[in-house]
Ligand binder design. Structure first.
Ligand SMILES: NC(=O)C1=CN([C@@H]2O[C@H](COP(=O)(O)OP(=O)(O)OC[C@H]3O[C@@H](n4cnc5c(N)ncnc54)[C@H](OP(=O)(O)O)[C@@H]3O)[C@@H](O)[C@H]2O)C=CC1
Ligand SMILES: CC(=O)[C@@H](O)[C@H](O)COP(=O)(O)O
Ligand SMILES: [Mn+2]
Length: 409
């Protein structure tokens, strides 16, 4: 059951809330500014030049775009995660007064710059340490990087409690749930219902799954996103990761989290209450809406995003997920129930398997098989430090890669 004290770390009337209501511009750091969420965050900031300033921007390798963004938004510093691209960034920003920070430590230093809100939009496990660094500053965390909560939900929640920092979900489903919970007494929640588009293979017969191509898997029916999350949507692992994310964001048990396939992606998620009432949040599938809400919460600022056209919204459909064709969803529930380091292993194996699929080194159907085998080989009891989690992550990656190598006999 949702515990009001735990959820208050999301909803507390904190310094971040005051910042959004005051007339001073809000200082925003964007971790992963060159990615899909990062670029859309900058689109939102561009709409309100008087109300936002940028503290820091970070990327992995795409320094040409980072430099362009830095010239436009004038942060005090930028950080480049991949050391091989730092020199090029320094050359391009020479004479601008913008500091260039280097490598994973540099990204954490960028995350620690004074800011009111930190948009956490780095992809995957690499996003965890910068989020922990940002939490220590007391800034509000706008969380897009779901893998952070999958791998280290408990650790992150303890860090939030210790620093007094708050976290607002950006993931569309969790933003929807967060909005449905507003004004409710939390003991009254019966279950949350995460909607899933079903991905590009919702109606594809199982016997042809082994012929799925990378191009087909990257063709999401409703959302334009980065490559990794798009593959996760196609396997339904994205929904599995979101189930675990919801567990830690809203302090739910696995039994209190339902997944429902909704092919139109207009109902972003729902909350069912103990009196039989259900609240939903709806809208056009556009990530700029939850991004802006996370930046302006508790206010809503008028914005020109596309409105839902009811004359063209003929029907909203719902169906149960099929875990026979999409075993990744079942594996995520298994990892959540197993606890300990199982979700961290699930995540690491998935990151490796998706990369191999994107490099056309394994077929689509091997993604869940590798994850299941890695979970059988690696998962153990819980760990309570970042260093221990890094070891589990590295071991799960090693094992997953090894599973794809031909055996000697
Ligand atoms: N895209 C979407 O609509 C949604 C995304 N999310 C979540 O948001 C997160 C970001 O997704 P998305 O924007 O699609 O991903 P992208 O792949 O588009 O962008 C990822 C960003 O992270 C940076 N990055 C990647 N690896 C590293 C690293 N090792 N060190 C430092 N920076 C790194 C990339 O830099 P570079 O460009 O240089 O490679 C880029 O800026 C994911 O966790 C995803 O699940 C959640 C809901 C919706
Ligand atoms: C936009 C967003 O939040 C994604 O996580 C989206 O939910 C992906 O769509 P699926 O429902 O297909 O996973
Ligand atoms: Mn989502």
């Amino acid at each position: 059951m949702i515990d009001p004290d735990k959820v208050s770390r999301l909803t507390a009337s904190d310094a971040g809330s005051e910042a959004s209501s005051s007339s001073d511009p809000q200082r925003v750091t964007v971790l992963g500014s060159t990615g899909s969420i990062g670029r859309q965050t900058l689109e939102v900031l561009r709409l309100f030049p008087e109300r936002f300033t940028v503290s820091a921007l970070t990327c992995g390798s795409n320094v040409d775009l980072l430099v362009q963004q830095a010239r436009e938004f004038q942060p005090s510093c930028v950080a480049v995660g991949n050391p091989a691209y730092v020199e090029s960034c320094r050359e391009q920003l020479a004479g601008t007064g913008i500091r260039v920070l280097a490598g994973p430590e540099g990204v954490c230093e960028g995350a620690s710059q004074p800011a009111d809100v930190v948009m956490a939009a780095i992809l995957g496990f690499a996003g965890l340490e910068p989020v922990l660094a940002a939490i220590e500053t007391g800034a509000r965390i706008a969380l897009a990087n779901k893998e952070t909560m999958v791998v280290a939900g408990d650790l992150v929640n303890r860090a939030l409690d210790a620093s007094g920092s708050t976290m607002i979900p950006v993931d569309s489903e969790h933003s929807a749930i967060f909005q449905c919970l507003a004004g409710e007494t939390f003991g009254s929640v019966e279950e949350v219902i995460l909607t899933a588009s079903g991905g590009p293979f919702r109606q594809r017969p199982k016997h042809s799954f082994d012929q799925i191509t990378k191009e087909e898997a990257l063709d999401h029916p409703n959302w334009d996103m980065g490559a990794k999350i798009t593959i996760d949507s196609a396997t339904l692992m994205n929904k599995g990761l979101e189930v675990i994310e919801a567990r830690w964001l809203f302090d739910l048990s696995p039994e209190e989290i339902r997944v429902l396939v909704h092919p139109q992606s207009i109902v972003h998620s729902m909350v069912a209450f103990s009196d039989g009432s259900i609240k939903a949040e709806l809208g056009v599938p556009d990530m700029k809406v939850p991004i802006q809400y996370a930046l302006t919460y508790p206010d809503r600022w008028p914005a020109p995003y596309e409105r839902l056209d009811w004359t063209a919204t003929a029907s909203l459909d719902f169906e149960m997920p099929d875990t026979d064709r999409f075993p990744c969803l079942r594996l995520a529930y298994d990892a959540l129930r197993q606890g300990g380091t199982a979700p961290a292993v699930l995540n690491a194996a998935n990151e490796v398997a998706v990369e191999l699929f994107l490099n056309e080194q394994i077929p689509f159907t091997l993604i869940p098989e590798l994850i299941e085998e890695a979970m059988q080989n690696v998962a153990g009891p819980g760990v309570d430090s970042l260093d221990a989690l890094k070891e589990v992550d590295a071991e799960a990656r090693r094992v997953t890669k090894e599973l794809t190598q031909p055996t000697a006999d």
